[in-house]
Ligand binder design. Structure first.
Ligand SMILES: [Mn+2]
Length: 355
């Protein structure tokens, strides 16, 4: 028996709304899901397990009809879906009323349900969200549905507002494989027995790193082997750069650009600038922001200046008086706080030009 386990596809999400790449990302998420379906067909996968949040918000009937159309093309694959906190099932919603014509089952809301497939001797137990939050430890109470069968648990959650659980308790319930969703970072929790597949694609800048799906194989003795396979079209990358006082703006641009080229121009960046820079330097990366996918530039640089030199040139103005008053040890007793206050004040005054 072969299965694919995915979760948190978030179809319908518009990542980084307002950015140039936002629409492309929305399409790439659809493409990535379609790619999973193509793999199911090509590799004759028996089961496609979707562990919640297939959709970013509860789906419309039109969306389910479209999904059904795609799933109907799979000759060998049964699809089992639970709803998560994003695409939770409301009473009389399309999730409840739509009748799939493909080999697909959506687990009912707000109760444990099981489904036994005689042809492959597999029993899946799962629980769909009927609302956005469950503080109850629901997953820990589920039990394998059929003795002698290969038992799978399909669950969504893991933080304190979304069906919290202890990994140890979940591991001891007696399931052969626990397919989890909700946490976007993939995690192989118990070897070949329990895993978060992670989101299929990164959804926003907090989803750094690779994303993908789990491919699993179960042999005749019901021994499972799983493998996590990355497939994300691009990644969110946090780039931190330590600058030096002698850098010019062009040099900073060139360093950032070299790094982006090395890490991949298709990726989406958050750039954090650190270190000491010339106190007169104005950093301007707007040219790069137009050319590459840069979500945000965070400037945490500090001005490189000599307090004594500054004092000499500003004896009689506000800046000079400020430096003098804070240089006096009795002004603020705590050395560290005084140094910080001096630095922030000097930088603010230099920044406004109001001396
Ligand atoms: Mn979720």
């Amino acid at each position: 028996m072969k299965f694919i386990h995915i979760a948190d596809v978030h179809l319908g999400v518009k990542p980084d709304r307002g950015k140039l790449w936002s629409n492309d990302r929305a399409q790439e998420i659809v493409d990535s899901f379609d790619n999973i379906l193509a793999i199911c067909q090509e590799q004759e996968i028996d089961m496609l397990l979707i562990a919640g949040d297939l959709y970013h918000t509860p789906p419309t009937e039109k969306e389910l009809k479209d999904l059904d159309y795609k799933l109907r093309k799979l000759d060998k694959t049964k699809t089992i879906i639970i709803a998560g906190n994003h695409d939770y099932i409301e009473e009389n919603s399309p999730w409840e009323t739509y009748e799939f014509t493909s080999d697909t089952v959506v687990f009912p809301r707000d109760r444990a349900a099981k489904l036994y497939y005689e042809d492959i001797n597999v029993c899946v137990t799962g629980y769909s969200y009927g609302r956005q939050e469950y503080k109850e430890r629901i997953l820990e109470k589920l039990r394998p549905g059929k003795e002698g069968a290969y038992n799978i648990l399909l669950g969504h959650g893991g933080d304190k507002n979304h069906m919290p659980f202890s990994k140890e308790k979940l591991a001891r319930l007696g399931f052969d494989y626990v397919a989890l969703g909700h946490i976007h970072k993939p995690a192989h929790i118990l070897k070949n027995k329990m895993a978060f597949s992670g989101s299929l694609e990164p959804i926003d800048y907090t989803d750094t790193g690779k994303r993908g799906y789990i491919y699993g194989e179960v042999n005749e003795e019901n021994v499972t082997r799983i493998k996590w396979i990355p497939c994300n079209k691009r990644s969110y990358i946090n780039m931190a750069l330590e600058l030096e006082p002698d850098y010019t703006n062009s040099e900073i641009i060139s360093v950032v650009e070299d790094n982006i080229k090395e890490l991949g121009v298709e990726n989406i960046y958050r750039i954090m600038l650190k270190g000491k820079v010339d106190s007169n330097l104005e950093i301007n990366l707007s040219g790069l922001v137009r050319r590459y996918n840069i979500n945000e530039v965070i400037n945490k640089t500090e001005s490189d200046y000599d307090i004594n030199e500054l004092l000499e040139g500003n004896e009689n103005n506000l800046l000079g008086r400020f430096i003098k008053s804070l240089s006096n040890k009795s002004s603020i007793k705590d050395e560290e706080i005084r140094t910080k206050a001096l630095r922030y004040g000097v930088e603010a005054l230099l920044g406004t030009g109001d001396k």
